[in-house]
Design a protein around this ligand. Structure first.
Ligand SMILES: Cc1ncc(COP(=O)(O)O)c(C=O)c1O
Length: 422
């Protein structure tokens, strides 16, 4: 069977992507409206919510770990699992790599980069650790990062410090900066002639703070320092082109804001930097140093997840990236604008609308974050996650597109009551 016939036969056996009727119907007479107007249309988002199977036990405001799939994507995933299982080794030996490349090309479109600069990994951790662990470090080289960065990456930097004698310079990002320049200056002050790599979060996961990564990258490049951007929470949440950020490397997870099934991420490497890192898993010598796929040896892995990336992208475009971003920003502003005024409450996310989107963090002076998260769940049936390190002491609040303003009213009520009683 040749490849074209094989792909055709997959389509005949039901290997097609379903239509997202609920979105189509909801958008029917609203497509022309500005995204910021649709962002406030509760009827529209109620229709989107119907596309999800929502657990009634609590209000889920912890989508930052994993944005579970709407039913359409889930059903497509189950179909993909069945089909790969049906085709067995034949699928694995024939089209798995072509299909993965098709998914990577579709992701390149969202990322605004060339398809030969992006690969599909298992997650952000794998993407970023490939770069951190793979660069040719020498004793005394330096790396710059922030204490608000994700633990797994900070651990990888600690490992290269032990292994290669690299010196890590760790800065702290303020929760309420006066300007982009204040943040750029903080990173710049940590750079020395020995600095080789600077890692920066696009969106800090514990606060939702969006950092001026392009300005930071431009500054770092003036010092000859390569820039790795940690985009776990930015990809398919806010809109941007990776190349316009001017970074050398970019990693993100797809099971977060793109709602791909668990176990998928991206690694972008600027064409000029592809020869730099050693791969995490050796790939033999057959590929030239300039081929990003030499960094993409995975061994056998869940290929049905790769296939479902296309379904998740269909869903993303059907809803519209602009509408999604506008709704997520609206939801965050909806509750933070109410709580910023309440006594004993600290919103640990910048108030400037451009410096955050869906995620924010809230604490109550006098209540430990762990206890706050426990009380939110027990007393108010609201599920969040406690953050209690660096300069962030509160619960991270992460709604998703199915979240209602009524649910956020419940959050505002809960925090207000608890803060009053302190
Ligand atoms: C900022 C940030 N980076 C990296 C990760 C790790 O993501 P993954 O487990 O998908 O690699 C997370 C997970 O929450 C995160 O918030």
């Amino acid at each position: 069977m040749n490849k074209r016939f094989f792909l055709k036969s997959l389509a005949l056996t039901g290997f097609t992507f379903p239509a997202f009727e609920n979105i189509t119907a909801a958008l029917h007479d609203k497509k022309h409206l500005p995204a910021t107007q649709i962002a406030q249309d509760e009827n529209f988002w109620e229709a989107i919510r119907k596309g999800y199977r929502i657990k009634p036990d609590y209000i889920n405001l912890e989508n930052g770990y994993y944005c579970f799939q709407p039913e359409e994507i889930l059903e497509a995933f189950i179909k993909n699992v069945r089909e790969v299982n049906y085709q067995g080794s034949y699928y694995m030996r024939t089209v798995q790599w072509d299909n993965k490349k098709k998914a990577a090309a579709a992701l390149a479109k969202i990322a605004g980069c060339n398809s030969d600069e992006i690969i599909i990994t298992r997650n952000t951790t794998e993407s970023l650790d490939t770069i951190i662990g793979g660069l040719a470090w020498k004793e005394g080289d330096e790396a710059v990062m922030a204490e608000q960065d994700y633990g797994a990456m900070l651990d990888m930097f600690k490992q290269i410090a032990r292994r290669h004698g690299v010196v890590n310079k760790i800065i702290s990002v303020p929760n309420h900066p006066a300007s982009d320049e204040e943040i750029v200056a903080l990173y710049e002050a940590a750079i020395t002639p020995k600095t080789k790599l600077l890692m920066v979060c696009h969106m800090i996961n514990i606060t939702g703070h969006i950092l001026p990564v392009q300005k930071i990258a431009d500054m770092a490049h003036k010092h000859g320092v390569k820039v790795l951007v940690e985009g776990a929470h930015a990809f398919a949440h806010i809109q941007y082109d990776i190349p316009s950020l001017h970074c050398d490397f970019y990693g993100a997870s797809l099971h977060k804001w793109l709602s791909v099934p668990l176990g998928a991420g991206i690694l972008y490497v600027n064409k000029n930097s592809i020869p730099d890192p050693w791969p995490l898993i050796a790939d033999g010598d057959s590929k030239p140093l300039t081929d990003i796929y030499r960094l993409n040896h995975t061994g056998t892995h869940p290929v049905h997840t790769d296939l479902t990336i296309l379904n998740a992208i269909d869903f993303y475009y059907k809803l519209g990236p602009e509408r999604k971003e506008a709704r997520l920003r609206y939801l965050q502003q909806y509750w933070t604008s109410k709580l910023r005024k309440v006594k004993n409450v600290a919103v640990n996310t910048p108030a400037d609308v451009e410096r955050s989107c869906g995620i924010a963090n809230v604490g109550i002076i006098g209540i430990k974050p762990g206890l706050l998260a426990e009380r939110l769940l027990k007393e108010y049936k609201i599920y969040t996650v406690a953050i209690d390190y660096a300069n962030v002491h509160g619960c991270r609040i992460t709604p998703n597109i199915y979240t209602t303003t009524a649910e956020l009213d419940q959050l505002v009520k809960a925090i207000t009551e608890m803060a009053k009683a302190v």
